[in-house]
Each structure stands twice: as C-alpha cells, then as structure tokens.
Design a protein around this ligand. Structure first.
Ligand code: ADP
Ligand code: MG
Length: 204
C-alpha cells in the first residue's frame, strides 16, 4: 500500500530530479519555446516540497491536492496549471483513503491525465506533455518500471512531431526535430515515482 509518506517522498524525488535536469529542460525550451521550463519546474517543485515539509498532509489524496495547488500558484506559463491539474485531479480521484494500492494510483493518474487533456485541449501526437503522460498512465496498470519506460519513450517520440499546442506551435514546421520540454519533465515525474517505489519496495 502507498501511504501519504510515500506520496510525499515521490514529490521530493520529483523536485530533486527536476532540479538536477533544470538546465536541460530550459535548453529544450529555448529551442522551441521561451527558455523558462527548467526554472518554472524548479521553482514549482521547490515550493511543493517546502509546503509539504511544513504541513505534511495525512492522506495520499491530500498530498497531491496540496502539491497541485502549490504548482498552480507558483508556476507561471502553460505548465503550471497543467501540472497542477494533473496532481489535483489525481489526488481527488484517490479520495480520502489513508493508503492506496498501485492499481488505485494507476486509475487515479489516468483521470489526472485526462483532465490535462481536457484543460489544454491537446491529444496524443500534438508534441506536449501528454505524449509522455498518456503512455505512462496506460503502462502504470502493468508496473511502475513500465510506466517510466513508456514516459521516456513517449518523450523521445516527440522529436519528429510538429507542435500543435502551446508556444512551440507558433513555430510550425520549425518545431520538428526537438524534444518537447513538457514531455521531458513529465518523464522525470514518472521516473521519480518509479525511483520512490524502488527505494522502499512499497509497490511490490
Ligand atoms: P510556457 O509555454 O508558457 O513557457 P512552459 O515552458 O513551462 O510554459 O511549458 C511548456 C510545456 O507545456 C510544453 O513543452 C508542453 O509540453 C506543455 N504544454 C503547452 N501547452 C499545452 C497544452 N495545451 N496541453 C498540454 N501541454 C501543453
Ligand atoms: Mg516556456
């Protein structure tokens, strides 16, 4: 079972990975955007860990809801509301159970990803974070490791795509040949989840 502390550790692992990869995310965003994705994500997840450390919520759903609210209020740009919605909606789907099964998390994450698609109006193949999140949500029903692999593969698959949503879409065909920053950070979020499971074996 995955308890509130597990979700707290997932967010901390995500913050560490995003911080380590911030320059890379910003480089990707400088190619097809405005070079702020690394700093946006770093600022947002630093704020998430700060609030979770200060007032640790008691349930998995409350951890994700608080993290999502924090991302919405600290990250400007497109990615703040989208990531905030992902975590809030996933948290809402988990309800107020003190601990959840990996299968419940997989279903809730699917609901969170669907909410991102609804908010941003994007679908698979539009070269956005959804190209990592959709395959990850699907694979999460199998295992955390499969979800990590699917997200990384999904992020890599954005390279030959032409962006149809967000700032990169303004570039038209010139967006082709670059990996999408949001899909790349989404793969980090899923990798942090798999790392957290591997660190304590709570997913097995
Ligand atoms: P901004 O584009 O406002 O500068 P960021 O640089 O932080 O915001 O985030 C850019 C990322 O947001 C993109 O790489 C893409 O993955 C994601 N994104 C942008 N618009 C959408 C959308 N409509 N739906 C899903 N993801 C989107
Ligand atoms: Mg940007």
């Amino acid at each position: 079972m995955l308890d509130a502390d597990f979700f707290h550790r997932w967010m901390a692992a995500a913050a560490a990975l995003v911080s380590r990869e911030a320059d890379h995310l910003t480089d990707l965003d400088s190619a097809i955007g405005d070079a702020d994705h690394g700093s946006n994500m770093q600022r947002g997840f630093a704020a998430v860990t700060a609030v979770l450390d200060k007032e640790p919520p008691q349930t998995p759903g409350a951890v994700l809801a608080l993290a999502g609210r924090q991302l919405i209020s600290t990250v400007g740009g497109a990615s703040g509301p989208l990531y905030g919605t992902l975590l809030r909606r996933t948290g809402k789907a988990l309800g107020d159970a003190p601990a959840v099964t990996p299968q419940q998390l997989a279903e809730a994450f699917g609901a969170g990803v669907a909410a991102v698609a609804q908010l941003g109006g994007a679908q698979a193949g539009d070269k956005t974070m959804l190209d990592a999140l959709l395959p990850a949500a699907e694979a999460l029903g199998t295992s955390f490791g499969a979800a990590r692999d699917a997200a990384e593969e999904g992020a890599r698959a954005t390279v030959p795509m032409q962006a149809r949503k967000g700032r990169a879409s303004y570039l038209g065909e010139r967006s082709i040949g670059h990996q999408d920053p949001g899909a790349t950070s989404s793969a980090l979020l899923v990798a942090a989840l798999a790392d957290t499971v591997a660190a304590d074996g709570s997913g097995s």
